[in-house]
Design a protein around this ligand. Structure first.
Ligand code: SF4
Length: 303
């Protein structure tokens, strides 16, 4: 029997799966779910968090497929906005990461537009979206649509899930606590907000910050598809499971989709944990930083 059979569950991946289950239970109407007992959670995490087997050289050994690139420096509080609270530990996922997804490797339809024309087309599309009522519940609940914003000539599009309360109030994407962490992550990549473009899978806030329903994702799809077609970014960074699943047409966990480039038309797609997830699970910031380092190296932002 291989050692893989005995590998422990990865705490971040386990937590992610549990959160997906909770979101599902909320969606199907389970009215009350007790909060986790922090002591018991810590106890179970410590049981799962055994060290990986030692290699012949005496160093901790992990499989090549699950090893993040050996990059320096390690994340710091200044780099991704908070201290990594757990001691560094090699990833111990039971499951090997998947091969890359290629959703559609054809070029984007149409022609690449000059920047001024892109801006004009995005503004026209935003006007259309602002009057959209395809999702009756979302259209009724929203204060305003949150179309997206950023540099129309960008190399990098960051693709999130949907607006929250702060975004609904201001009409701008990623302005709440998660947005502030995303700003720090972007700055750690040696970029500024003005350098990138931010958009979401749905343009209206789902009530109570629930996940968007499948029909809502489907209704709003044409808008983000058009945005990406206009922008033609070199890289799309999917923030969290909803955007990754929507773009890549996959149901795999972030733990299995991250650390490799997928493809959407001519854009390279990287999947990372959502900043809101990182706020709830600071120990996953180390993985997010490894993913961002991979992006920076590939994009030539660092050598
Ligand atoms: S979420 Fe998208 S498709 Fe649904 S009402 Fe809002 S803009 Fe229209």
């Amino acid at each position: 029997m291989s050692n893989d059979t005995h590998n422990p569950l990865d705490p971040a991946e386990t937590r992610e799966a549990a959160e997906e289950l909770l979101a599902h239970l909320h969606r199907v109407g389970v009215p009350f779910i007790p909060l986790p007992n922090a002591e018991r959670v810590a106890e179970w995490e410590s049981r799962f968090a055994v060290s990986p087997p030692a290699s012949p050289s005496g160093e901790a050994g992990v499989s090549a497929a699950s090893t993040p690139p050996a990059t320096k420096p390690a994340p710091t509080a200044a780099e991704i906005g908070d201290e990594v609270k757990t001691p560094p530990r090699a990833p111990t996922s039971r499951l090997q990461p998947v091969e890359s997804f290629s959703v559609n490797d054809d070029p984007y339809p149409g022609v690449s537009l000059p920047i001024a024309d892109r801006q004009q087309q995005l503004e026209q599309l935003a006007t259309t979206v602002s009057g959209c009522t395809k999702c009756s519940q979302l259209a009724k609940c929203r204060t305003q649509t949150v179309f997206g914003e950023g540099n129309p000539g960008t190399r990098f599009a960051f693709f999130g899930e949907g607006p929250g309360a702060d975004e609904d109030r201001t009409g701008r994407p990623f302005v709440g606590r998660a947005g502030q962490l995303l700003d720090k992550m972007i700055q750690a990549c040696k970029l500024q907000r003005e350098d990138i473009y931010l958009l979401n899978t749905v343009k209206c806030r789902p009530p109570g910050n629930r996940n968007p329903e499948p029909n809502e994702l489907s209704n709003c799809r044409e808008y983000w598809e058009q945005q990406l077609q206009i922008l033609r970014p070199e890289y799309i960074v999917c923030l969290g499971a909803v955007s990754a699943h929507t773009l890549l047409n996959s149901k795999l966990s972030i733990g299995r989709l991250r650390q490799r480039f997928h493809q959407y038309h001519e854009s390279k797609v990287l999947v990372i944990y959502h900043p809101a997830y990182l706020l709830r699970n600071p120990d996953a910031k180390k993985a997010a930083w490894a993913d961002l380092q991979m992006l920076m190296r590939d994009a030539g932002l660092v050598t």
